[in-house]
Design a binder for this molecule. Structure first.
Ligand code: GLU
Length: 477
């Protein structure tokens, strides 16, 4: 059996769209599931849209998402160059061959003439005007330096058909297609041409890409057929939507991989979530590592209908990844987000990291989550009232002065020691330790719900700040 070879073929736009990342992921998973190769090809023939630094964005997003390509511009391979702008001569050679085969023709029409070709609906469709030029005339005009393009020669009648592994049989009437430009006047190919030449020369067995190419694929098949080349297998993927009517778009800040990283999502969670946008594994797994996805990947789990991006689910999944991290790893990743808060100047963030790791969903939740450590919010003594804990302001009044004395006497301000000492204090007072800890936590934080228990918070705040907070809480009672 032929080796499976898939490719990801982004244009260097300067950002990694999550839809693109999903295409890359599925192409990667499909190849790896079948022990095949995954190739990166840069489609940069539109030189007007060149963006500085765009290649680095592609390389780094794939790398940090864990999608390693076997061949590509920066890693090499036997089918290079992998950057289309470096393959200009190759395309020209094949375009000339296609002209000889009758699948394409030179066109010298001026911009002005093309503008007159608009039909009553405002659609412009080329009228094959230059198809009738003789070979001699074409050669003469090229020799005289006249500017030209090469267009595809699409039959006027008939229907084309092919099988897509997701969408089934696709039929398109040739009349709906146009004689698109294959080689532009600057000698560069268009996507319409370059994708065919490259997929063939790079021996791509399965073309995996977005549904926007579903209806133009018959044009590409005409070229495979004209050259006598085997068509690849096609796998078109459903669109990712923001909601029922809008596509996920960078414009709304909801499609760019880097925007998510900056918001405090982690790469593993994003790639895991992206996998689920249109694919459901047989065992319905949700949290999966890339090796697990490779094992499970199966086209029958890919849906035809557009998938809707679900923020809440991505947040949840991200939280699951944070929880599963070691404390050290969490701290490394969380550090930049701690540094957005005063808290990093005041306290030992490694201790705070431990208490919040399982209580946030995304890293940018950190500054808000720890703001009570920077400044205790003002609160009213009704906050001490809790039926379940059997506490109220009276309990606080009874307990807090003694806690204050105990705190000033404790030398070892570690969570363990604080817990032991204050638990035995509650015994002396004949109250439940959880009552003591409840009112103390309110006094320290001014919040009903906090990450961490009273003694963990004491340890973070340290002796001086803890005493200050309990004192001022007593004054409010
Ligand atoms: N450069 C095309 C894009 O970014 C690639 C489409 C394909 O995979 O064939 O949409």
């Amino acid at each position: 059996m032929k080796k499976v070879r898939t490719r990801f073929a982004p244009s260097p736009t300067g950002f990694m769209h999550l839809g693109g990342l999903r295409t890359a992921l599925y192409a990667y998973l499909y190849a790896k599931h079948h022990d095949g190769d995954f190739i990166l090809r840069i489609e940069d023939t539109d030189r007007e849209r060149f963006v500085e630094g765009a290649l680095e964005v592609i390389y780094s997003s794939l790398l940090s998402s864990g999608l390693r390509y076997d061949e590509g511009p920066d890693v090499g391979g036997n089918y290079g160059p992998y950057t289309q702008s470096e393959r200009k001569e190759i395309y020209m050679e094949y375009a000339k061959k296609l002209v000889e085969l009758g699948g394409a023709y030179y066109c010298f029409c001026s911009k002005e003439r093309l503008e007159t070709l608009t039909d009553e609906n405002g659609n412009r469709k080329y009228d094959k005007h230059c198809l009738k030029l003789s070979k001699e005339e074409v050669e003469k005009r090229i020799a005289s330096g006249e500017s030209f393009v090469i267009r595809q020669n699409i039959p006027l009648e008939g229907t084309s058909s092919y099988e897509d592994l997701i969408y089934g049989t696709i039929e398109v009437d040739y009349a709906e297609l146009e004689d698109n430009i294959l080689i532009k006047s600057d000698g560069m190919p268009t996507y319409n041409f370059a994708n065919v030449i490259d997929d063939h020369l790079m021996e791509i067995s399965h073309v995996i890409r977005g549904t926007e190419y579903l209806s133009s694929t018959p044009k590409y098949n005409l070229m495979y057929d004209a050259f006598g080349w085997e068509r690849p297998v096609y796998i078109h993927l459903p669109t990712i939507m923001k909601d029922a009517t809008r596509k996920l778009s960078k414009r709304y800040g909801d499609a760019n991989f880097d925007d998510f990283i900056n918001k405090g999502y982690i790469e593993e969670a994003i790639i895991n979530y992206v996998a689920l946008l249109g694919w459901c594994p047989k065992n319905n797994a949700e949290k999966m590592t890339i090796p697990e996805m490779i094992e499970l990947f199966d086209l029958s789990g890919i849906s035809k209908s557009p998938s809707i991006f679900d923020d809440v689910k991505l947040r949840w999944l991200n939280g699951e990844y944070l929880k599963a991290m070691s404390d050290d790893e969490f701290l490394t990743r969380a550090k930049p987000f701690f540094e957005k808060s005063e808290v990093s100047k005041l306290y030992d963030i490694s201790k705070i990291a431990k208490i919040i790791k399982s209580r946030i969903e995304i890293l940018s939740d950190i500054p808000e989550k720890v703001s009570f450590l920077v400044e205790r919010p003002s609160f009213d003594s009704v906050l001490y009232e809790n039926k379940k804990q059997k506490t109220d302001a009276t309990v606080a009044k009874q307990v807090l002065p003694l806690v204050l004395t105990a705190l000033s006497e404790i030398e070892d301000f570690s969570n363990d020691n604080l817990f032991k000492t204050l638990s035995s204090l509650s015994e002396t007072l004949s109250i439940k330790s959880r009552q003591l800890f409840y009112v103390l936590r309110i006094a320290l934080t001014g919040l009903e719900v906090t990450p961490g228990g009273a003694t963990e918070i004491l340890e973070i705040l340290g002796k001086e700040e803890s005493i200050k907070r309990v004192k001022s809480a007593l004054e409010l009672l």
